[in-house]
Design a protein around this ligand. Structure first.
Ligand SMILES: [Zn+2]
Length: 381
């Protein structure tokens, strides 16, 4: 089988439109903790199987090449410690990562954004997680109306410094979001409060409350002209994948109240990539981020990317990694993203769907230009 020509996107800058903070201190990283980074499984659950994945092999060989050492986890961990942070900053500039949009709401205890700005040779912008904010307010034990007011105050203040809001409601009560009467939301809030007061988990799962908070957040997003990133598709085993199908968002997308709020479907909505491509092609406010599926699938992402590029407007597709923890993984992901995208574009050029020049321009849109426009980022160069 002859390989279709790959469109070279090496010289183009990358905006990582969805990622997570770095470890506050990665110096004593164990082999198992490193392997956990390469799996969406629960901590420790997939340790025996991770070395048999494509993601692991690509990561190990990419890191060994960069660090000039043997491709084993132990050697890589030793070498990265010996070389220090300059090595990561170098990889960032080699991969031309110009900006990161960081969901600072997960994981807890990670490196702060100012520290990330000091360490990395790129811009770092904050994305504000809606449900983490609501959970943090539970401990104040406020009456429902005051809780709502406080929540809105927090969102409006975050909107001053953030480039987007993010929701993980898909993980909690699913994407079939609807409006509820106030009494239902208040009852759900009281149930959550009683659980926390009894020493239970602050993790919000009450659907009437979560749906109501999300609709309030959409109000703030409209007011402050902020896009909202929605977790869709795959994730860790907490996800009920059936409830993470972005097609559930149709009632919100058809409601004129939210027509001006950009909805960013995260993670290629994998495996709902065809649904997401369709949604991106008919609702002007829907955008599609390619994170998580891209680094995990690597060259396997060429297939869904080819389909997405065949249907969706290229002005609405955005590169992202969804990675965090170690900066070198974010940098490697940019290279894998360029390669998969370049190959999908090459396939389309070969079939005269677009010219080579148009393909490079599409690559530029997806890697950085669309994100810069959507999130109102200052000029990159
Ligand atoms: Zn994420």
């Amino acid at each position: 089988m002859t390989r279709p020509p790959r469109i070279s996107l090496e010289e183009l800058a990358v905006v990582d439109g969805h990622c997570h903070p770095l470890f506050a201190d990665a110096r004593a990283l164990s082999r198992d903790a490193f392997l956990d980074l390469l799996s969406e499984g629960r901590p420790g659950a997939m340790t025996a199987h991770v070395p048999h994945t494509g993601y692991y092999r690509r990561a190990i060989h990419g890191l060994a090449r960069h660090l000039q050492c043997a491709p084993t986890v132990e050697t890589i961990l030793k070498q990265r410690e010996a070389l220090g942070p300059e090595a990561f900053a170098r990889l960032f500039s080699e991969q031309k990562v110009a900006a990161l949009l960081v969901d600072a709401g997960y994981p807890p205890g990670a490196m702060s954004l100012p520290e990330m700005r000091r360490l990395l040779s790129c811009r770092v912008y904050e994305v504000f997680r809606i449900e983490t904010c609501a959970q943090a307010l539970l401990s104040e034990g406020l009456p429902h109306a005051e809780f709502e007011e406080h929540f809105l105050r927090e969102l409006r203040s975050a909107a001053q410094r953030c480039v987007a809001l993010k929701t993980i409601i898909a993980y909690r009560s699913g994407l079939a979001i609807r409006s509820w009467v106030r009494e239902d939301a208040a009852r759900a809030y009281q149930a959550a409060l009683s659980r926390v007061r009894a020493g239970g988990s602050p993790r919000l799962t009450e659907k009437p409350l979560l749906d109501s908070l999300l609709l309030s957040a959409l109000d703030v997003a409209r007011e402050c002209a902020l896009p909202v990133q929605f977790h869709t598709g795959l994730g860790d085993p907490d996800i009920d994948l059936l409830q993470a199908n972005p097609l559930f968002l149709r009632p919100l997308l058809e409601d004129p109240a939210w027509a001006g709020v950009p909805f960013v479907l995260l993670h290629m909505a994998y495996p709902y990539t065809r649904e997401a491509a369709f949604m991106t092609s008919v609702w002007p406010q829907v955008f599609l981020d390619l994170s998580l599926a891209l680094p995990f699938l690597g060259p396997g992402a060429v297939l869904p990317l080819t389909e997405i590029l065949s249907l969706a407007p290229s002005s609405k597709l955005l590169y992202g990694s969804d990675l965090g923890g170690l900066p070198e993984l974010l940098a490697l992901s940019a290279g894998w993203g360029r390669a998969a995208l370049g190959e999908a574009l090459g396939w389309l050029v070969e079939r005269e769907s677009l010219t080579a020049d148009e393909a490079r321009a599409v690559g530029d849109q997806i890697l950085s230009k669309n994100a810069a426009a959507l999130y109102h980022l200052p000029p990159l160069i």
